[in-house]
Design a protein around this ligand. Structure first.
Ligand code: 2P0
Length: 366
């Protein structure tokens, strides 16, 4: 069984590295991901620990690419000094979450404070589209921090390196923990999966069936606006949610059943579980206090259209939803043209606007 790490394994003393006085330029990128079993709710009494285990597909084409110019400081600053841009434009609105990230990772990467950071990020997908940009964004930033550590002479062997990258990314955004490798990532302790951990995501120990080697995710961009309720707030509301215990049990069982479906190559069972998870996520939102709805009329139009089309054609195309109105269509690669034709017929205005992104799940043969 692969080695399990504790947070102590990731600690670093302030004097572990010598910064040098050279200006550095580093680039890192990280993919987005779509949760099949959703992370929804955090454990109380910890920092960014998931209430339940989640499993995701890594989206190989939707990425954040982050470049940092690092200017050495005379002496380490008291807190991380940085400036953040997206596509060359200053984004002070991103600063609070990044500041929190740098503060949380400080015991594990104190060398961050030896530099003034000029960070420039770019997404290969529209930023405001809600395609888990905090997941790929924080995973890319965590990779940069790890890359800097290597440049400063810290050893980073596998599996330690991926585990620590995920551990750091998690401290920025929970779902980012899963955006550090692929094609399937498991985050959160689950007794049926001995390698699973709350502190960082891992590749699950099971092999998916060959019918899951070429998986596509077509993301239909229904709403590109800012979400009315953030995911962080949504996670909070689960702690006093009347269905909390039921959710925990269902998520636990869904993960076991989903692993079986993936191992057997059973697309029907896969679709049943993934769709139930998506609807449960949105049902939990609708029954929170206060309740809220992130779906839009087009979300339902698409879901209903898909159900009718599937019934009539028998094609293995299933939907998932993130914390937003956009719809992810998951299917084997051979169905790609059929999915595009279906979208053209069901949502012609969105199709004409090309408001969709055909993504590819990182190959399960990786
Ligand atoms: C997930 N989502 O598993 C779930 C399902 C969205 C839908 O985790 O507070 O940005 O930064 O840990 O990770 C989105 O929430 O929240 C999310 P924080 P995050 O992907």
């Amino acid at each position: 069984m692969p080695k399990r790490f504790t947070s102590k394994d990731f600690l670093l003393s302030e004097t572990a590295v010598r910064p040098g006085n050279e200006t550095l330029e580093l680039t890192a990128e990280a993919p987005s991901n779509i949760a099949l079993v959703k992370y929804w709710g955090k454990k109380s009494g910890g920092v960014q620990l998931p209430m339940n285990a989640s499993l995701s597909f890594t989206l190989s084409r939707s990425k954040t690419i982050t470049r940092a110019k690092l200017f050495p400081l005379e002496k380490a600053s008291a807190q991380a000094m940085f400036r953040i841009r997206l596509d060359g434009k200053d984004r002070p609105d991103f600063a609070p979450k990044i500041e929190q990230f740098f503060a949380r990772i400080d015991p594990y990467a104190p060398y961050v404070r030896y530099f003034r950071w000029e960070i420039d990020s770019h997404n290969t997908f529209p930023h405001a589209s809600g395609i888990a940009s905090s997941a790929s964004g924080f995973a890319a930033l965590a990779r940069l921090v790890m890359l800097l550590g290597r440049r400063l002479g810290l050893p980073c062997d596998e599996p330690f390196c991926t585990a620590k990258t995920s551990f750091l990314a998690r401290l920025g955004s929970g779902s980012a923990a899963r955006s550090v490798a692929g094609p399937l990532m498991l985050w959160g302790r689950h007794d049926a999966f001995p390698v699973s951990d709350d502190l960082y995501a891992v590749r699950p120990e099971f092999e998916p069936h060959s019918d899951f080697t070429d998986v596509r995710d077509t993301i239909v961009l229904i709403d590109r606006g800012v979400k009315p309720v953030s995911s962080t707030r949504g996670h909070d509301l689960i702690n006093r949610h009347p269905f909390r215990e039921a959710r925990l049990q269902v998520a636990r069982q869904n993960l076991i059943d989903l692993a079986e479906a993936l191992k057997k190559g059973d697309w029907t069972a896969f679709g049943r579980i993934v769709e139930a998870e998506a609807l449960m996520l949105h049902a939990l939102m609708a029954t929170s206090d206060p309740p809220y709805i992130l779906m839009q009329p087009e979300t339902l139009r698409l879901i209903r259209g898909l159900q009718a089309w599937r019934e009539q054609s028998g094609r293995p195309v299933y939907f998932s939803l993130d914390a937003g109105a956009n719809v992810h269509l998951l299917y084997p690669g051979r169905e790609h043209q059929g999915v595009l034709d279906f979208l053209k017929n069901t949502l012609p205005e969105l199709y004409a606007d090309r408001a969709f992104i055909a993504d590819k799940v990182a190959s399960t043969k990786e």
